[in-house]
Design a protein around this ligand. Structure first.
Ligand SMILES: Cc1ncc(COP(=O)(O)O)c(C=O)c1O
Length: 413
């Protein structure tokens, strides 16, 4: 039977219940911490207990959790399991506290942010919840095939809407993206749907300009933010989108099965929820009525937010970008190697695709793992097949340099 600090529960203190100190980590709080301030970043890395068989560089896929999130999650789980009826609900009651903090980080109203389980749930809520008419059209970037597009396919099959994928070069510039969408819009265009940061490439799409374009034509914008929140600063008011779906278990490093869906205040009433809810739920909570859910995972979002706030959104973005740019610099003169990512350095984030002549992404993935212990993902059949890399804050410059050496060695054959 786990020891539960009952006084902490009575006092309503989730941090005390987790048995954790809630103050800032001194080393993190004290440092100036630029992207290349190794004293600062080695303290951040120390917050993770990492599997020592691999060097993980797949932050865009799944992420290890900081130790404090794991500890809190474990304690909350024990607490919920010991008496689910009161305890799991007690944990879930902290939703509003986390919602408020997340809304402040994303710059939206707490009454516009639903706590979902992941990006997929958010994308499907919007796809199934909009009232389309036969002949309506949704425009996608060509980079949405793995996620957003599939949320709309059943809707298209059922209600006769048209899904159009806009052509773009690889990599695309911001102007090319906006021009291509502008050219493809018609009277029937109802929605534009793009990723904020593109999966497996790292392009950062000009979502603010696309929101203006959509609104000028009476359409709306849905942003797949799976890879942006917790990676680069996200300001939803400035972005101006209508819907933004993200996963907190990606770059925020919150527990698996936690996500958020932003629905602009004036769009909430007209968007149907994915699940049936009682008529009294007309506010943002109608998107959260999914039945029983894991209160421990929801409660431990708080520790992930603490960690992110202590690092700081700007500082984290600077570090992720620094690690990617170090990789790019290391491979810039490697023959037979291309690093493809966001072309504009001012907009660049921390993800990219590494392509090696004569290698499929699958073989490259396997060799990087078997011979060099790097955990990355790659299987993108086509002209630029390669591996998708996205180092996280626990990766050191030394690991990046080792990765560069490994890719060079592989390319030399
Ligand atoms: C761009 C993008 N959208 C959506 C998803 C799906 O995220 P989840 O499985 O957390 O719903 C991913 C996952 O990698 C992604 O990269």
């Amino acid at each position: 039977m786990p020891t539960i600090n009952r006084r902490a529960v009575l006092n309503g203190s989730l941090a005390a219940l987790a048995g954790l100190a809630s103050g800032p980590m001194p080393a993190i709080a004290a440092s100036r911490g630029r992207g290349d301030d190794e004293d600062f970043w080695s303290n951040v890395a120390f917050e993770y207990d990492l599997e020592d068989r691999y060097t993980m560089m797949n932050g865009g896929g799944n992420n290890p959790l900081p130790r404090r999130v794991v500890s809190a999650l474990t304690r909350y789980l024990e607490y919920a399991a010991s008496a689910p009826r009161p305890n799991n609900y007690y944990l879930l009651n902290h939703r509003d506290q986390h919602r408020g903090r997340l809304a402040a980080l994303m710059n939206c109203g707490p009454d516009e942010l639903a706590l979902t389980r992941n990006t997929t749930e958010g994308l499907n809520t919007v796809a199934s919840g909009l009232e389309f008419e036969r002949g309506d059209e949704v425009l996608f970037s060509p980079f949405e095939d793995r996620y957003a597009l599939s949320a709309f396919e059943p809707v298209a099959a059922r209600s006769g809407i048209k899904l159009t994928v806009v052509d773009l070069p690889v990599p695309p510039t911001a102007d090319q993206v906006v021009e291509a969408f502008a050219e493809r819009m018609t009277r029937n265009t109802r929605l534009l749907c793009v990723s904020h940061i593109v999966d497996s490439w790292g392009f950062v799409l000009p979502v603010q300009r696309l929101a203006r374009l959509a609104h000028d034509a009476g359409a709306e914008l849905l942003v797949d933010g799976a890879l942006s929140f917790g990676h680069i600063p996200v300001d939803l008011r400035a972005m101006g989108c209508d819907y933004y779906a993200t996963s907190l278990h990606k770059w925020l490093n919150a527990p698996l099965g936690t996500g958020a869906l932003y629905v602009r205040g004036d769009r909430i009433e007209d968007l149907w929820p994915l699940y049936g809810v009682r008529a009294d739920a007309g506010d943002i909570s109608k998107f959260e009525r999914i039945g029983t859910r894991d209160g421990a995972a929801v409660a431990a979002i708080g520790q992930a937010i603490d960690f992110y706030e202590q690092i700081g959104p700007e500082r984290k973005a600077a570090r992720l970008k620094y690690l990617l740019e170090r990789t790019m610099a290391g491979l810039s003169d490697a023959s037979g190697v291309r690093v493809v990512t966001e072309p504009d350095p001012d907009r660049r984030a921390g993800l990219a695709r590494v392509v090696v002549d004569g290698w499929t992404g699958k073989d490259l993935t396997r060799t990087l793992l078997d011979r060099y212990s790097f955990f990355v993902y790659g299987n993108f059949p086509g002209e630029l097949d390669g591996v998708y890399i996205s180092p996280n804050v626990f990766n050191s410059p030394g690991e990046i340099d080792r990765f560069v050496d490994a890719v060079r060695e592989i390319a030399r054959g």
